[in-house]
Ligand binder design. Structure first.
Ligand code: 3H9
Length: 700
């Protein structure tokens, strides 16, 4: 039919096989191939039609790379309608993942079977889209409006068993899908079952007010996002309008979403995440080191969380502490985390026991002698870390990977404490380490290529999203954060309140405002980090006046019940504290600052363009491989809204010339110490390039 679709008669059944690696996306050739095969099946002697896929999965959706290009016929909605209208029985046989447009194809078939373990879902919302080939109209007809809304607005897939319970899948197959599906299709055809057309089903009505309540929940849960609300509009249409009218509403909404900046940002993130896993200059076939046994040094919150990642992925973990008491505390944290996971339904009791069983405690470095990877997660102090690496050098087997989880320290200097700097790397986890997806993989000057490649592959195994960073103070994320944090605190000194700064940034889309984040992380953390730096490197001293004063008052943030805010001991709910405002006014007066109003636009621009400007320097210095890597760091590690596409994509979307204009304005107003335009920003603006163009052209 086409290079991506075969059609053949097998035992009287017309089998349409999609073969478009890696995920059988519905490219033009696939749509054309299915269209042609279906037309052929209407004319030949086949008694029914079966749609199956080669390779690791059923159709995983529309081809995302085609979005934004001129659309080519046959369009997917029309193809789905023709499948449904087929005079011959059409059956879908699902394995792997039937996602988005792939599930829409399956829903247009008259019957669906799936192999045990297959998963189906509508992830469009994660791309700022909605199912646009009849999914929003067929799904409520099949499983009811409520369940359809849950599936489409969460974007999360369900497994075959759940899908069968919902009524999405008619038959579950054990063993080989091809043969079993063919046999089942033959049985259905022999019984001459009805051509069950989903579009002809009625949607069960929903209680009054249900849709409005759903919209209100989404307004909180998916704050600022368009697509989830539009999904509700489409489901409403399925309840109130004939099928074809519903399809028209769906089409209009789909196009609007497709053309929205939110979808552009989310699609950028989809590819940026996958691109970030690739290391420039490393061959794909690089032999990797085996990692089965892992050592973790330091059983604090970080070390304990790190240990869990590896245990959950099937590796044996030895967790080392200096004393039995400290070890007991760490293992206690781990037990509580696992119990929490069971309570939240993330894992079963048995799984938790199995994972926990892979972690053993030790106080003896000799126990790490057979480890393939050791991760140090001790206190942020260079001398201490160097001492640990010296010990590791003495006990670890040759070829073991020695990693540091430092957030700030120089990995080259840590590596220099060993006689094997080629085996040393930074693996910077984010707190809570068993939950946060980001992993900064810090490539030190002498890190061997296979050590880096092994760690990138390992990140995927432990379900993290890795981003490579070069060595600098704070790496990609924390180095940029320093600039964002400075502006947040300067805004407070100059006239804003913590509440205002946080509300503005949360309204803009950040998961949490900056001052609330400092309280969560602990104000003493930044305080100690600053004390460890020479005075000249601590940054603008005015910025940290309030935070430092709070630390002196033992208001360390959430853990002491007070910081920039006061926290309810039971609910942890934050509330304003007049003491803080008095403190801010006192500090401002001492600095000779006359406080005045700062509007929301200025707060947003100062905080975000401080991030962007430093991101440009990080790119220029080669600390980050590409702009998309920085975006991945911010979305997965710092609560940056994915629908804004990360700071660097955001800069492109508002226009680099605008960013530069604002940076220059801030330089004029606040001085060049904090606001020197990054040379790369100036260069791109003078060449009229976007960052995306610069990255695609090889960053010249
Ligand atoms: C949609 O369907 C809209 C319709 O409702 C309406 C239309 C009118 N297109 O993730 P992986 C590439 S919207 C193009 O590493 P895994 C991916 O970039 C779509 N390319 O593998 C990567 O390329 P590379 C709704 C795609 O095994 C390679 O395949 N569907 C697509 O970890 C391997 O991907 C989705 O949103 C695509 N649709 O995970 C599903 N999908 O090797 C999106 C993947 O060059 N996809 N690629 O980096 C996924 O969630 C995962 O890829 C999947 C496999 C779970 C399928």
């Amino acid at each position: 039919m086409t290079s991506s679709v075969r059609y053949e008669l097998v035992d009287g059944i017309g089998v349409i096989t999609v073969d478009n690696p890696p995920v059988n996306a519905l490219s033009h050739a696939v749509r054309q191939g299915i269209h042609d095969a279906l037309a052929a099946a209407q004319q030949d002697t086949s008694i029914a039609v079966l749609i199956v896929c080669e390779g690791r999965t059923f159709i995983a959706g529309a081809d995302i790379t085609e979005f934004g290009k001129p659309p080519k016929e046959p369009h997917l909605p029309d193809l789905c309608n023709s499948i449904e209208a087929s005079s011959k029985l059409v059956v879908a046989a699902v394995h792997g993942t039937a996602l988005g447009g792939g599930l829409e194809v399956a829903l247009a078939c008259h019957y669906r079977c799936a192999v045990q373990g297959a998963r189906v879902g509508f992830p469009e919302v994660k791309l700022g889209l909605l199912p646009g080939a009849g999914g929003t109209q067929r799904l409520p007809r099949l499983i009811g409006a409520g369940a359809a809304l849950d599936l489409m607005t969460s974007g999360n897939p369900v497994d075959a068993a759940q899908a069968a319970n919902l009524g999405l899948i008619d038959h579950i197959v054990n063993g080989d899908l091809g043969d079993a599906a063919l046999a089942w299709c033959g049985e259905l055809a022999a019984k001459d079952v009805q051509r069950r057309r989903t579009s002809e089903l009625a949607v069960e009505s929903v209680p009054d007010g249900m849709l409005d309540a759903y919209r209100a929940t989404l307004a909180r849960r998916a704050r600022g996002q368009i697509a989830p609300q539009k999904i509700v509009d489409c489901v409403e249409a399925s309840l109130t309008l004939p099928f074809t009218e519903g399809l028209r509403i769906e089409r209009e909404n789909f196009i609007e979403c497709l053309q929205s900046p939110q979808s552009a940002a989310l699609r950028h993130m989809f590819f940026a995440e996958r691109e970030a896993a690739r290391v420039q200059g490393l061959s794909k076939d690089m032999p990797l080191r085996d990692v089965n046994r892992v050592g973790v040094i330091g059983a604090g919150t970080m070390g304990s969380g790190i240990a869990m990642n590896f245990a959950n992925a099937g590796m044996q973990v030895a967790l080392l502490e200096v004393s039995d008491e400290a070890l007991g505390k760490g293992l206690g944290i781990i037990d509580r985390n696992y119990q929490g996971g069971v309570k939240r339904g993330k894992m079963s009791e048995e799984q938790a026991l199995e994972y926990r069983g892979r972690i053993t405690g030790t106080t003896d470095y000799e126990s790490l002698s057979d480890a393939d990877l050791v991760i140090e997660a001790v206190f942020e102090n260079l001398e201490l870390k160097q001492e640990v690496f010296g010990k590791l050098d003495a006990v670890c087997r040759q070829g073991a990977i020695l990693a540091t989880n430092t957030s700030y320290q120089n990995v080259d200097r840590i590596a220099a404490a060993t006689k094997r700097p080629q085996d040393v790397i930074g693996l910077h986890f984010f707190s809570p380490a068993h939950i946060m997806k980001l992993l900064e993989v810090v490539r030190a000057e002498k890190t061997a290529d296979d050590v880096l490649a092994t760690c990138m592959a390992l990140a995927k195994k432990i379900r993290k999203t890795p981003v490579v960073s070069g060595v600098c103070y704070g790496f990609i994320g924390n180095r940029m954060l320093g600039h964002y944090a400075r502006e947040a605190q300067l805004c407070v000194i100059e006239g804003a309140t913590p509440e205002q700064v946080d509300a503005v940034m949360e309204e803009w889309g950040m998961a949490m405002g900056p001052l609330a984040v400092f309280d969560l992380a602990g104000l003493d953390v930044g305080f100690k980090a600053r004390q460890g730096l020479p005075e000249a490197e601590r940054g603008d001293p005015r910025a940290f006046r309030v935070a430092d004063a709070l630390v002196e008052m033992n208001r360390l943030g959430q853990k002491t019940g007070a910081g920039f805010y006061r926290y309810d001991p039971d609910t942890r709910k934050r509330s304003s504290d007049p003491v803080v405002l008095t403190l801010i006014e006192r500090e401002a007066a001492e600095l000779g600052v006359t406080r005045g109003d700062i509007d929301a636009d200025e707060i947003v621009d100062r905080l975000l363009f401080a991030l962007v400007n430093e991101g440009m320097n990080i790119l220029d210095e080669g600390i980050a491989q590409r702009p998309g890597d920085i975006d991945v760091v911010y979305v997965y590690g710092y609560g940056f809204p994915a629908w804004r596409g990360g700071p660097m994509h955001y800069a492109d979307s508002v226009g680099l010339a605008h960013v530069l204009e604002r940076v220059r304005e801030f330089e004029q107003r606040f001085g060049s110490e904090n606001w020197t335009p990054a040379p790369l920003l100036e260069k791109l603006v003078s060449n009229g390039n976007t960052l995306a163009e610069w990255a695609n052209s090889g960053s010249e």
